[in-house]
Ligand binder design. Sequence first.
Ligand code: HEM
Length: 430
Amino acid sequence: MHSAPAPLDPRAFGNELVSAQAFADLPRIHATLARLRAHGKPLWVTPDNFRPFWAVGRHDQIVAASSDNDIFISSRRLNLMSRLQEAAAFRGAERYGKVLRTLVHMDEPDHKKYRAVTQYWFTAAAVKHRQAILEGLAREFARKFDGANGGVLDFAAEVATLFPLRVIMAILGIPLEDLPLMHRLTKTLSAPNDPDFSSDTARGDSMFDSIPEFTDYFLRVIADRRRHPRDDLATLIATGSVDAGPLGELEAVSYFITMAVAGHDTTAAAMAGGCAALAERPADWARLRRDPALLRHAADEMIRWVTPIKHFMRTVTRDCELGGQAIARGDGLALFYLSGNFDAAEFEAPAEFRIDRHPNRQIAFGFGPHVCLGMALSRLELTVWFSEMLRRVETLEPAGPARLLESNFLGGYKSVPIRYRLAERSGAAD
Ligand code: HEM
């Protein structure tokens, strides 16, 4: 006999959904999200120290809300921040009236206009032109595997965190000597609750500490490219126009900040989680070595499996209905992509990692008008990197437990220890 699932307590369940620690513990968060999906409709939750919100866990409901940019807008509330963090964002807004105004914060009509500034640059065809840069960097990072025939390394720390950062710095046109600075700046913004990266987790509102430094840095880059244009993405943003004028200062700086943060930690998480999954599945590694063309499906499966961005939020502009649930004007919704990507109504055997999953309607890049601008770049990074690694590394296995970042928003891996054996003739000079 099946008994009905126990009703979910809005406060306790809400506390779990906003908990950074819960997201660092995969069985725990997946069990929580399965309960949310079993509830069927969006669920109103009232966690401590956060404004209440509707939690949306089903794939079809996330797609529906993301598709309608009129009713479900982005500008009011972007992601789940504690009241303390929201107050910090308010204080950080002194300089421009808002702490940040990126594409993800914008609604129409501005969103389309600002997106158009770089839209073409990020198409799959245009990104292909940068493939040689990515391949050069992949060869450089693959040298970390060289040395004795086999060894152990922490893939997250040695490769995954740095490769996408180097890629984004190269295509933006940021000099290599600024790598430590970029790394530190992006981590304080993206991992404010993790004791290893936050400048002060006890304070609870350190998230925006890096913004003034970021702003000054990118204002210098913008001024430089306006004087000395080059063939890089920084020049495109610095010299781009919206409504026949240059981008606003806040918007231009925010553009750079999104590129640096979204372009780095997200792909890093997919790479690290993808490598961890493959290390646990030696037969899959062997199959990919035999048939590297499968990487195009495997890359999307890594992205689904990890779902680096756990949620984004929307606010409704008028009374409406989602998944049979009435939602009142002004209410906030959190779209849990990680939940949608494990929804059995959309994916066959979602708890299985399948390198040949196809079709794969994963929603880790979001959906609709705000769908990730960097998705072609990110897919290319994953295929270029893993092609190189497959060529070099014959066998792979875990060399210890993987450790995840504590974050309810942009997740990732702090450590993925692997033991590997090199393929014959895999040297750096190949
Ligand atoms: C696996 C890697 C990535 C994941 C999982 C990811 C995820 C996402 C998601 C979920 C959104 C949608 C936001 C929303 O609906 O509100 C988004 C938007 C965006 N992403 Fe990514 N992203 C990734 C890589 C990148 C890269 C490499 C870049 C740039 C270099 C990038 C730049 C952006 C930008 C600019 C937007 C805003 C688009 C808009 O609002 O119109 N992302 N991303």
